[in-house]
Design a protein around this ligand. Structure first.
Ligand code: COA
Length: 311
């Protein structure tokens, strides 16, 4: 039986870049404060989910050598669809010339890992080629007068192609969770802007990452020491640091793009994953732990064994 594996990847960031110094001219803040409290130095803004997703998806398919017309399913993880409906996935599907099912999935910042776990189930069920994209444009729902939130968020997209061509399963373990009782601490109403209780999100995020990571490893039958690379949701360096300490994973094992992207929600894990892949940080057979958390409060983790594309 064939299993799903990642055979192509790409990312896209919108052109307009805002540094911390730019923000210091918009609200009362400083580069030092933002770096110290979050680890962020710059972010890209003014993106549109359909445009960023189309660009990342096109490049990921080209890398995999997959004709868009041969894609069997498009999963687009986003919480900032360009419009209420149709799904942004339908627009991207048409932009790329695909003829297949296409859906948006909203698990906020956990969306890409939710999508990866879902895609792997489709692969196991016999679906040959899947395009999975994580893409968000948080700049459009950010209150640019609120220094407590506007310094954290940015836009971007990351895409992977999943083909049913591995001899053994690559998804070894996973954990998906939602705690709707905490939905009020991080939210955005239709037509509104992001509301966040930063301290409470921080506290819960650290615990959620630890729990999701441990659960996924347990399901995989693996130990912490088996993990070669962690790809955490890029929200805040202090959250990542605290969570990895609880998991007993050195920070050096983490893929990081936060400093130059900010928190890009569903795009954050694929942006960090692709950066690690492109910098040869993952060897064949390595175990990679991806772990995200976000509004919901949602959390998600996946342990994959890296089975690289064949030449
Ligand atoms: N620049 C300068 N000062 C700022 C500021 C900014 N951008 N934002 C807030 N402050 C001020 C506050 O007004 C407060 O001032 P006060 O003491 O005079 O009242 C002070 O800094 C401390 O604020 P506080 O909220 O206690 O800071 P913090 O250490 O909790 O850091 C966050 C704030 C938002 C960085 C932090 O809570 C966080 O990262 N939370 C998680 C957010 C997150 O990751 N969300 C997405 C999840 S997917």
């Amino acid at each position: 039986m064939a299993h799903g594996r990642i055979t192509g990847w790409a990312t896209h960031l919108p052109e307009r870049r805002l540094t911390n110094h730019d923000l210091a001219e918009m609200v009362e803040t400083t580069d030092e404060w933002i770096r110290e409290r979050s680890g962020i130095g710059a972010r890209h803004v003014d993106g549109k989910v359909t445009e960023m997703s189309t660009a990342a998806g096109r490049d990921a398919l080209a890398m995999a050598g997959v004709d868009p017309a041969d894609v069997d399913l498009l999963l687009l993880a986003t919480c900032t669809s360009d419009q209420q409906f149709p799904a942004s996935a339908s627009v991207v599907q048409d932009n790329l010339g695909m003829s297949c099912g296409a859906i948006d999935m909203n698990a906020a910042c956990s969306g890409f890992v939710y999508g990866l776990v879902t895609a792997m189930q489709f692969s196991a069920g016999g679906v040959d080629r899947i395009l999975l994209i994580g893409s968000d444009a948080l700049s459009g729902i950010t209150d640019w007068t609120d220094r407590g939130t506007c310094v954290l968020f940015g836009d971007g997209a990351g895409a992977v192609v999943i083909e049913r061509s591995a001899d053994t399963p690559t998804l070894l373990g996973w954990d998906l969770m939602s705690d709707g009782s905490a939905a009020g601490i991080l939210s955005c109403e239709h037509g509104g802007k992001i509301f966040m209780n930063g301290k409470e999100v921080f506290r819960r995020a650290v615990l959620a990452v630890e729990k999701a990571g441990r659960n996924a490893l347990k399901r995989a039958g693996m130990n912490i020491d088996d993990i070669a690379l962690v790809v955490p949701h890029q929200a805040n360096i202090r959250i990542i640091d605290a969570a990895l300490k609880r998991l007993d994973i050195p920070l050096e094992k983490a893929a990081m793009v936060l400093e130059r992207t900010g928190n890009t929600s569903a795009a954050s894990i694929p942006l960090a994953l692709v950066d690690a892949l492109n910098n040869d940080r993952v060897a064949p057979g390595d175990l990679v732990l991806m772990v995200g958390f976000g509004a919901g409060m949602s959390s998600a983790a996946a342990v994959i064994r890296w089975d690289p594309p064949r030449a």
